[in-house]
Ligand binder design. Structure first.
Ligand code: ADE
Length: 228
């Protein structure tokens, strides 16, 4: 998979790609990530990429021309499965969307800043808009990093244990059950006996029951989700 990230702050988004699982995926050449500094496509030598909004109101808006130049250049080089815009005024990211995106070959992710991008960018180029939650970040960079992490860990070969992404929370609209490791007893707190029993069908049932209970308590709304 190739991901092209368009941003006004490349430095802000680079570090999550330099560590741990994502770095390993890049080293193994399972993914390629390219950062595009929007200022390189600026209108003038002062790096102008934003302007006041028509109609008045606080906050600057990213202009269409630099984004058009950047995206159009990428589109001459390859086809993209999706051109994604990170914004709080969109549908919230969930596991199902990450699962689907993890099968893509090429993705562009555009991150907003200030008041966002000129609507005409969204109308002309963007095929998918994603929010990572009902709160506003200073820019879309951290949101893009979250999206990339959730996608990349699903690509076959990225995680050492192939099954571990499949048993993540949300894969079946359930939160994950509790997990334990050594020591089996810490102070007066003991690991549930069933987990030490070696009876795997029973362990699976215990985990499922705990996952259902946890979901009922914390996120009952997940039971109402239908796969789209
Ligand atoms: N940009 C600013 N806030 C955001 C959010 N919640 N999700 C995605 N992009 C954003």
């Amino acid at each position: 998979m190739r991901i092209d990230i368009i941003t006004v702050s490349p430095e802000l988004i680079k570090s999550p790609f330099e560590y741990s699982i994502i770095k390993r995926a890049i080293d193994k050449e399972l993914i390629e990530v390219h950062f595009h500094d929007l200022r390189k496509y600026a209108l003038n030598k002062y790096g102008k990429i934003d302007d006041y909004q028509f109609g008045g109101g606080a906050g600057m808006v990213l202009m269409i021309e630099p984004i058009d130049k950047c995206i159009s250049e990428l589109l001459t080089q390859r086809n993209y499965d999706e051109i994604i815009y990170m914004t709080p005024d969109a549908k919230t990211l969930n596991q199902q969307t990450s699962n689907i995106l993890s099968t893509a070959e090429n993705l562009i992710i555009l991150t907003g800043h200030y008041k966002g991008v000129d609507q005409r960018v969204r109308d002309k180029f963007v095929t998918l808009e994603i929010s990572i939650g009902d709160y506003v970040l200073s820019g879309g960079e951290l949101a893009a990093a979250v999206l990339c992490d959730s996608i990349i860990r699903l690509i076959p070969g990225v995680l050492g244990d192939e099954t571990s992404a499949l048993t993540d929370s949300f894969q079946d609209n359930l939160l994950a059950p509790p997990v334990y490791t050594r020591p089996a007893k810490y102070d007066d707190m003991e690991v549930p006996e069933i987990l030490l029993s070696g009876n795997f069908p029973k362990i699976e049932k215990w985990r499922h029951d705990k996952a259902v209970k946890r979901t009922e308590n914390i996120r009952p709304d997940l039971f109402n989700l239908k796969d789209e």
